[in-house]
Every structure is written in structure tokens, then in C-alpha cells.
Design a protein around this ligand. Structure first.
Ligand code: HEM
Length: 408
């Protein structure tokens, strides 16, 4: 008797069920052979068959991202990169396929900020608003408030220098104080208020440590972004004692300062209603938001203002630390710097006391060179900043190689 369509479908279903069952049973019986075979095939593919395979580099890097993790965790990755280039030349393979991995990175996907946004047009929209408070004119308008922080910092240092009876006995951790100074200056620039680091002479609420810890985590997990889901983005995290994150000082201050300026209206232009009416970074961003909320949301206002503290405090502090460490450790550099300053004072190019303006500081060419050198020998951002390479990446790479070779 001819079978009905439904009977055929039933037979087909039974057939495919038996194939699935046979596959599961095969996998179950031979997993101990199949898994290592898969692993080895993957290693061989990565080592020899990926587009990056033709480039030289450490053997571990050609098969796994572990090289980047170890290098980042060592805290010497910038130096190791220089060594690799000395050894292998202008292009070095530091991961099986940087391009693939970077495309999967992009944290946080649900709300990328100006640092993590990879859609060029969206980044450009945000950047247009975010650029305004960084202009030279905006910074110069804020310089009186920065001067106040400089004076407070100097008075603290003077206090240490003169009070040998104090608890510090004339000794001071200049690196830590430079960090406090950077934080307070950024508070003034971003939110129109100091965070209180200089006043209290300590890492208020562990804000510096929180940022340091988060940079340590970002640096390492940024090399293996999939693991972020296991740790920071793990939904179970809040149930594990000690692993839930309360709002850090900077986050709370940013949120509180935004609240204080609510409602955002065109009459107060995002400025603090009870403050000195200054045009700080937050006010500029709120104005950008008021101009076109669809292109620059309230979330963007928070992200850029908050991001400035994260991005600016550590980088500025570490640059100043590098400058002072190198200048103070080398008698010759110190001597030339002092000579240059004395000559500039004698010629009336810089004032004998008080703070220097940006323009005045430009006439101190040795000082400017020292600042640049401080950033070169000890870069504030020590990790390589990986880019999302556009389509046709490989031809770009090849062109770059040829260019580099022909120019050597
Ligand atoms: C010496 C001090 C600083 C150093 C060495 C430094 C270094 C850097 C580097 C290397 C980048 C990445 C650039 C790129 O992707 O090509 C960056 C981006 C950025 N920095 Fe800084 N920075 C410093 C100070 C600051 C300060 C004080 C602020 C804010 C007040 C700031 C805010 C930003 C922002 C918003 C970005 C993202 C720009 C974008 O993606 O378009 N930085 N910085």
C-alpha cells in the first residue's frame, strides 16, 4: 500500500533521529580521541593556515592569545613589544588573528562609550560634542580653577619641606601626591569641584585603587574578551560576597553632579545652579545633549564625563610621575632645567612667582622636550591599542610591509 505523505515524514523523522543518536553514541565512544584531534587541528590551522601565518612572532602567539595575556600580566608588555620588533622586524604576529578577535571585543556592546564605539559615524557624532570641552579656549577658561589646585598642592609640599617634625619627617611620596593632584584637577575640570584628595592627603574611598584594579583587569581580560562574561559580566557575580560592585566614588560623584543640574534646560545651560557658573566639562556636554538629544543622550553625557576621570586621572598622574622621576634622578637634566627657568625669569618670559600659563610654558623648550621624553620612555598607555581593521585589511597590511621595507 502506498504510504501517505504523513507516514513518509514520520519515517524521515525516524531516520534523522537515528542519525543523531548514532552520532551521539559515536562521540560518546570516541570523545577522548576526537577532542585532542580537534585541538591539534585547531593549533595547526592557527599556526600554518590563517592569513596571519606568514608573519613571524613567538610560537605561543601563533596558536593562542595566551602570549598577550602573559605579556600584559607581566606589566612589561611595551618593552616586550619593542624586543619583538627588534627580533622579528616591522610586523610581528602577537596573536593568532588579531582582526577576528578585535571584532568580537567591542565592550560593552549594549552601551558603547566614546572609547569602545567602533561604528565610525556614531563615534564621530559623539566626538563632535565631546571635543568642545577639550578645546584650548575651554581649557584656558578653566585655568583659574586649576591654578587653585596647583596652589593647594604647592602649599602641601611646602608644608612637608618645612615641617621636619611632622609625621612624615620631611619625607613624602611624591608619586602619590601627583596622583591626588591629577584627580582634584580633573574634578574641577569635569564637575566644578575637587574630590578632596589634596585636602585629605589620601586616596579618598580608594578611588585610585579602584581605577588601578579595573585597569589591571581590563588590560588582561582585554586580551581574552570572552572571559569577561565569566567574571565582570557574570550575572551571578552580585551573589558572590566581595564580588559585587557598589558605585565607586567617581561614579557616585558623576551621578550626583548630574542630578544636581537636573532638569537640563536651555536657561541654565547645564551649569551648576548654586556654583560659580563656570563652563565645566559636564556643562558643555549637557549643552551638546540639549542641542540634539537623539545624537547625544543623557547616557552619553554621563559616559563622557565619567570616562574623562577614568581616562584622564591615571594618564596625567603617570606622565607627571615619569617626568619628575626622570628629572629628579638625573643631576644633569635637573641642572639644565633650572638654568632654563632662571634664564626665562631673567628675560621676563615667565613670572618670578605664581603659576605659568600654557603660552609661557611653550618658551621653555628644554622643559617641553623633557615632558615629551617622559611620555616616550614611560608611556601612560603601555598596551598596544588594537584597531578594528577595515575590509581589504590584508592588502593594507601588505602595502604597509612593502612601504616599511622599501623605506628601511
Ligand atoms: C598625559 C595624559 C594623557 C595621555 C598620555 C592620554 C593618552 C590617551 C591615548 C593613548 C588615547 C587613545 C587614543 C587612540 O585611540 O588613538 C586616549 C584617548 C582618550 N583620552 Fe586621553 N590621555 C591623557 C589625558 C587625558 C585626559 C586628561 C582626558 C580627559 C580629561 C583624556 C580623555 C580621553 C578620551 C575621551 C579619549 C578617547 C578619544 C576617542 O576615542 O575619540 N585623556 N588618551
Amino acid at each position: 500500500m502506498p504510504s501517505t505523505p504523513s507516514t513518509e515524514a514520520g519515517l524521515g523523522g525516524a531516520g534523522s533521529t537515528s542519525i543523531v543518536a548514532a552520532s551521539i553514541s559515536f562521540l560518546g565512544s570516541y570523545w577522548f580521541v576526537l577532542l585532542p584531534a580537534l585541538f591539534v587541528t585547531r593549533l595547526l590551522y592557527r599556526r600554518y593556515a590563517m592569513p596571519m601565518s606568514k608573519y613571524p612572532g613567538p610560537a605561543l602567539a601563533s596558536v593562542s592569545r595566551l602570549w598577550k595575556v602573559i605579556s600584559t600580566a607581566s606589566g612589561r608588555t611595551n618593552l616586550q613589544h619593542i624586543d619583538l620588533h627588534r627580533k622579528y622586524g616591522p610586523i610581528v604576529r602577537i596573536a593568532p588573528n588579531e582582526q577576528d578577535q578585535v571584532l568580537r571585543r567591542v565592550p560593552p556592546p549594549e552601551n558603547p562609550d566614546i572609547f569602545t564605539e567602533v561604528r565610525e559615524h556614531v563615534h564621530a557624532q559623539k566626538k563632535k560634542v565631546a571635543n568642545v570641552p577639550y578645546s584650548m579656549a575651554a581649557m584656558q577658561q578653566l585655568s583659574p580653577f586649576i591654578d587653585e589646585s596647583i596652589e593647594l598642592f604647592m602649599s602641601k609640599l611646602d608644608g612637608f619641606a618645612t615641617s621636619s617634625q611632622s609625621a612624615t619627617k620631611g619625607r613624602v611620596d611624591l608619586g602619590a601626591w601627583l596622583h591626588y593632584f591629577a584627580f582634584d584637577v580633573l574634578g574641577e575640570v569635569a564637575f566644578g569641584r575637587k574630590f578632596g584628595f589634596l585636602e585629605e592627603g589620601r586616596d579618598v574611598e580608594g578611588a585610585i585603587k579602584t581605577i588601578d584594579d579595573s585597569q589591571w583587569y581590563n588590560g588582561i581580560i582585554g586580551q581574552i574578551p570572552e572571559f569577561d562574561h565569566l567574571f565582570r559580566r557574570n550575572p551571578l557575580r552580585k551573589y558572590i560576597p566581595g564580588m559585587s560592585t557598589g558605585n565607586a566614588l567617581v561614579t557616585r560623584l558623576a551621578l550626583a553632579e548630574m542630578d544636581r543640574r537636573q532638569p537640563f534646560t536651555k536657561d541654565n545651560m547645564g551649569k551648576n545652579r548654586v556654583g560659580d557658573g563656570r563652563q565645566d566639562l559636564l556643562a558643555s556636554l549637557i549643552q551638546g545633549h540639549l542641542k540634539d538629544p537623539s545624537k547625544f543622550s543623557e547616557g552619553d553625557v554621563f559616559a563622557v564625563a565619567h570616562g574623562a576621570i577614568f581616562a584622564g586621572s591615571d594618564s596625567t598622574a603617570s606622565t607627571m610621575q615619569s617626568f619628575f622621576w626622570h628629572a629628579l634622578a638625573d643631576a644633569r637634566v635637573r641642572r639644565i632645567l633650572f638654568e632654563e627657568i632662571r634664564a626665562a625669569v631673567a628675560e621676563g618670559r615667565v613670572p618670578i612667582d605664581g603659576n605659568l600659563s600654557w603660552v609661557e610654558s611653550q618658551s621653555l623648550s628644554y622643559f617641553q622636550a623633557c615632558l615629551k621624553e617622559a611620555m616616550r620612555v614611560r608611556p601612560a598607555v603601555g598596551l598596544n591599542i588594537t584597531r578594528v581593521v577595515p575590509p581589504r585589511a590584508w592588502s593594507l597590511m601588505v602595502n604597509f610591509t612593502l612601504l616599511a621595507q622599501s623605506s628601511l
